[in-house]
Design a protein around this ligand. Structure first.
Ligand code: KG4
Ligand code: ZN
Length: 348
């Protein structure tokens, strides 16, 4: 796959191409939610700088992300993360082949900070600019340090999305199933909050589950048709159970382990169903929830059934800019369009 793009002022052609004898260095910026991130990735797979400034400590106080505060924090962090990425890489801005930024989905005020920084860098240094979809970027976390190529089935599980995606090429993605209500990350975060665990709940719930018995509580696996998901029934069941247990000395560890196991089994069941109709041998997990230990375990077990399972390293599951740079390299995303705008909801 090769794409030829142009620098913004001098109109020089730049080839972004696998197997080219010239190395590509893409600098990307990600700021869609509460992480300000900048990375430089060589030839789509080799991370040479990865900087993430997390705002978790700021939003923890409120139990969730406050968009206005997040946008202001991005403004404070954006220049330092860019400088730090260049320092880590040992490169100068003139050595960068192209600049990339996340266009959406995400919080508009937050996206604007990173996208405008990336556009400005491209303009100032007369390099191509590439706008990248955040969800495709999550999938591309799986290209880092691997030899992954389409076709494959991807399970995207993040704070805002739950989708099964057929990736036939770097041009064609086909969403074959998605949640009809809550995203899986939302279910983790809401139930964690009900249990009194601090933000971000999913991570804490996973930690609690480590010492729990997953058979202690029984939660319903949703029965939505086809490849779609629903997590609102599970959330309500968890709420009802917590209300019932209030005032008793119940084991939160057991509760977390049982809840987490139910989610892992639900995801596994749907992906296995999808594999019957889309018989690919490669399965790719992506998004913040792919950091979950139980989900990783049950999907890795599919390797015993002849599948090749890809799951990003923990630091590339949650929001980061390396995945954005990798996506800019492999996927045919928005090229050379300095006028591309941010967007809040899913489109591709
Ligand atoms: O992909 P991500 O960083 O941001 C979005 O694009 O949404 O995903 C964040 C989500 C949050 O809901 C967070 O609680 C969840 O990923 N998460 C986890 C774990 N680590 C992060 N959920 C369950 N177990 C984890 N270990
Ligand atoms: Zn994300």
């Amino acid at each position: 796959m090769s794409k030829v793009t142009k620098t913004l002022f001098s109109d020089t052609e730049v080839e972004i191409c696998e197997g080219s004898d010239k190395d590509n260095y893409i600098m990307a910026i990600e700021s869609s939610c509460d992480e300000t991130a900048c990375a430089i990735v060589k030839n789509g797979r080799e991370v040479i700088a990865n900087v993430v400034a997390s705002q978790i400590d700021i939003h923890k106080e409120y139990g969730g992300v406050i968009p206005e505060i997040a946008a202001r924090e991005h403004l404070n962090s954006i220049n330092p993360v860019i400088e730090e990425a260049l320092l880590q890489s040992g490169l100068k801005a003139k050595d960068i082949t192209a600049f990339a930024g996340t266009t959406g989905p995400g919080l508009v005020g937050c996206l604007l900070v990173g996208l405008n920084a990336a556009k400005t860098l491209a303009l100032v240094h007369d390099k191509p600019f590439i706008g990248v979809n955040h969800l495709k970027a999550h999938i591309c976390a799986n290209y880092i340090d691997t030899d992954l190529k389409p076709p494959y089935i991807a399970l995207l599980i993040s704070g805002g999305h739950t989708q099964i995606i057929e990736v036939t090429s770097h041009k064609n993605i086909n969403i074959i199933g998605e949640t009809i209500d809550d995203a899986v990350g939302e279910a983790f975060d809401k139930v964690a909050r009900l249990l009194g665990l601090p933000y971000p709940g999913g991570v804490k719930l996973d930690k609690m589950a480590q010492n729990g018995n997953s058979n202690a509580f029984s939660f319903p696996i949703s029965k939505v048709d086809g490849y779609d998901f629903s997590f609102s029934g599970l959330k309500t069941a968890a709420l009802r159970e917590i209300k019932k247990l209030e005032g008793t000395d119940f084991s939160k560890e057991d509760f977390c382990a049982s809840f987490q196991s139910c989610i892992a089994q639900t995801l596994l069941k749907k992906v296995k169903l999808a594999l019957e109709e889309y018989p690919y041998k490669q399965i790719v997990l992506a998004g913040g929830v792919a950091a979950n230990s139980e989900i990783r375990k049950v999907f890795l077990n599919l390797q015993n059934e002849g599948y090749n399972v890809f799951i990003p390293q923990l630091k590339y599951c949650t929001d980061n800019a390396s995945m954005v740079a990798s996506c800019a390299y492999f996927f045919e995303d928005v090229l050379d369009n300095i006028n591309v705008e941010v967007f809040s909801r899913f489109k591709h």
